[in-house]
Ligand binder design. Sequence first.
Ligand SMILES: [Fe+2]
Length: 161
Amino acid sequence: MGEDWADDSVRPAGQSDYICWLPEYSVGVERIDAQHRRIFAMINTLYTALGQPQTALPVRRVLEEMADYVSFHFDTERSYLGAMPGYAAHDQEHRQFIAKAANFTKDYQKLPPDRLLRDMLIFLAYWLKDHIKGTDKRQFARYLELLDDHRQPTNHKEKHG
Ligand SMILES: [Fe+2]
């Protein structure tokens, strides 16, 4: 299952994870990277439900937990980037993601669960990777540059590089 939606970060058939973390996903801030890795892990948990009896994994509960955690994560990103030029567009991407993810969750009752789960996994994985490699990396790079320029003390623990 899944060869047609494999890509560079989808493990080969026979391994248990759907998406795995790669160093190229680092935005340079360990706290944000750790949160992104946790969201990857949640997506991999959902992946284990594919092909299983509906009772094997409480998918709805995992989705609710993921929605809560993603919201918390977006708030964390705002705490770093909220004052940056261009953050409004970044926030708009987050809002669109939340709206689409909420629609998936709402539809979960209507469609055959495996089909919906599969569509959802594709959406979650591709959106997250594109967003991290594009918007997040670009804006956190700028944030770290400005931090260096101004040499401001900060409470956040940063990992430059
Ligand atoms: Fe983001």
